[in-house]
Design a protein around this ligand. Structure first.
Ligand SMILES: Cc1cc2nc3c(=O)[nH]c(=O)nc-3n(C[C@H](O)[C@H](O)[C@H](O)COP(=O)(O)OP(=O)(O)OC[C@H]3O[C@@H](n4cnc5c(N)ncnc54)[C@H](O)[C@@H]3O)c2cc1C
Length: 202
């Protein structure tokens, strides 16, 4: 395990939608150098865990970063959303953030992307990141600001066991596993009536 030092103006913790939009604007409006750290292997935050049939619930062009449009303001011609502006799939959202990272952030020479790394505050208010792959530790010298883009604390059902008891004999699965169904069940009960529950019913 080695210890190195990284010098940056902004250290952004989290590589989800919030962080990506913030860094995109920093690149446009400042000359700052930015380091982004995330424990995941690619940008997009919770979209990496989402069920495979997830879509945005608003027109694609209203989501993502400012410098690059996600979607093209075209209206769907078929399906449940016919007549309305297209809703990007989870894969399209992930692809958007991946392209922004590869085609804008990294070529700018001002962004350092540190995936699969855990941030923690070190002793005396210092900043430490640990590579989840190698265990190597880097001390980050932050010239301007630490930006915590993890407040959403988003967690989808596939990432943890249910927070309620499940009776023996009940087959309880997260929405991520619905596409694996090969035999119809006589009945389904959906726990939760938010966006994920609605998507599951549809
Ligand atoms: C299924 C689902 C569908 C949604 N659909 C929509 C939609 O259609 N439209 C909409 O506007 N919103 C939607 N949302 C809301 C969504 O939460 C926001 O749009 C947005 O994606 C949140 O992004 P975020 O960057 O704030 O958080 P996150 O995506 O949670 O990203 C935070 C990141 O921080 C990282 N992290 C946390 N702590 C550390 C640490 N100590 N060290 C390193 N990394 C760390 C995590 O690994 C994570 O990648 C949806 C949410 C869910 C769950």
């Amino acid at each position: 395990m080695s210890v190195s030092e990284i010098d940056t103006d902004y250290l952004v913790v989290g590589g989800g939608a919030t962080a990506m939009a913030f860094v995109d604007t920093l690149l446009t409006e400042t000359d700052a150098r930015i380091a982004i750290v995330d424990r995941r292997h690619r940008p997009g935050g919770h979209w990496n865990d989402a069920y495979p049939f997830v879509r945005l619930h608003q027109p694609s062009a209203t989501y993502g970063v400012n410098s690059r449009e996600l979607g093209s303001w075209t209206k769907d011609e078929a399906g449940l959303n016919a007549g309305f502006y297209g809703l990007a799939s989870g894969l399209e959202v992930l692809n958007h953030f991946d392209q922004v990272m590869r085609e804008r952030f990294l070529p700018s020479g001002r962004v350092r992307w540190l995936p699969m790394s855990e941030y923690r505050e070190g002793p005396g208010g210092t900043h430490e990141i640990t590579s989840l792959a190698s265990g190597d530790v880097a001390q980050i010298v932050v010239r301007k600001k630490l930006v915590n883009a993890t407040h959403a604390q988003t967690a989808v059902p596939s990432t943890h066991p249910p927070k309620y008891a499940v009776a023996p004999g009940v087959n309880c699965i997260p929405p991520n596993r619905l596409p694996e169904i090969r035999r119809p069940h006589p009945a389904y009960t959906v726990v939760g009536s938010g966006k994920t529950g609605m998507d599951t019913c549809l």
